[in-house]
Write a protein that binds this ligand. Structure first.
Ligand code: DHB
Ligand code: FE
Length: 295
């Protein structure tokens, strides 16, 4: 993560900024519902809690001693932590600064396609679409048309017929449906069912770089530390098939801004797309295949 860049104000920055409070509250609510279906409420063994929390505290104590942290700084931290909760920004904070290492550990033993962080804006049960599909979008949706196509196979090379390719991404202004005002519910979100050879063709538009909300606690931290708030433009995907491990990933665009200094540290070399001009002259095309590990 780069920590020395000034905040960036590109000319195409959206005029209407989604508020941190609104997107934070939505992300917090989404996590509460979603965590119940996943591992968010798993009981953890007492000894493991003891080990993890003791080591986390010891690391914090070491920082305080090394840097001679003052009472004023301690109180600023307390006030900030309280505010993160009030803003509903714990999902944002954790997914930007912590999740990438959890994902790295989780993915260590997998051979198939690389994953990366899920981020706070996944919504399950997006509309189901056929193997050759266009993501739901507005009639006047802005952005370069993108054809994203590929095949889903198992690590042994078998085509995975009927594999599920869930895709969600920001619009041309960097906004996610259901987390920013004024967007249709399922805009740029879909669940594509691959054909009997595991092939899919998804028509969408290229998303814009995304700036994490700057008017809440995470934004105040970024400003206080002199960091920037940008994630490179990215497509989010979850790819799954029966008997196989689901891959949660993101794909980026070669040469795009902030591919080299993602605030969320989620870019990997294997996840960078290099789309070519579209065969029909309209936008860009790219092929990316997914390989799933057995469950
Ligand atoms: C955040 C947003 C994203 O789109 C993402 O992929 C990761 C994190 C965030 O605002 O925290
Ligand atoms: Fe994202």
């Amino acid at each position: 993560m780069s920590t020395d860049q000034p905040a960036e104000q590109p000319a195409d920055q959206p005029a209407e900024q989604a508020t941190a409070a609104a997107s934070g509250a939505a992300a917090t609510e989404r996590f509460r519902t979603h965590a119940k279906q996943n591992s968010g409420t798993t009981d953890t063994d007492t000894r493991r809690v003891d080990t993890l929390v003791s080591e986390l505290l010891a690391a914090t104590h070491a920082v305080i001693r090394r840097h001679q942290v003052t009472y004023a700084e301690y109180d600023a931290l307390k006030a900030w932590l309280i505010q993160v909760g009030q803003d509903g920004e714990w999902p944002l904070f954790l997914d930007v600064w912590i999740e990438h290492v959890v994902e790295e550990v989780a993915g260590e033993s997998r051979e198939g396609s690389k994953g990366t962080i899920e981020g706070p804006y996944y919504v399950p049960d997006a509309p189901r679409l056929p193997a050759d599909a266009t993501l739901p979008m507005r009639d006047d949706e802005e952005g370069t048309p993108l054809l994203f196509q590929g095949q889903v196979t198992s690590v042994d090379g078998t085509a995975l017929a009927g594999a599920t390719v869930e895709m969600w991404h920001a619009d041309n202004d960097g906004y996610y449906a259901q987390f920013a005002p004024g967007l249709p519910e399922w805009n740029l979100r879909g669940t594509v069912i691959a054909d009997d050879q595991g092939n899919f063709r998804i028509h969408t538009i290229e998303p814009a770089p995304y700036r994490i909300p700057t008017d809440g606690s995470c934004g105040r931290l970024i400003a206080a530390a002199g960091w920037h708030a940008w994630r490179p433009a990215h497509l989010h995907l979850k790819v799954s098939a029966p008997g196989h491990q689901r891959v949660t990933t993101q794909l980026y665009f070669k040469g795009g801004s902030h591919v080299q200094d993602d605030i969320a540290s989620a870019v990997k070399p294997e996840l960078i797309l290099d789309p070519a001009p579209a065969a029909d002259g309209n936008g860009r095309d790219v092929t990316y295949d997914f390989v799933l590990d057995k469950a």
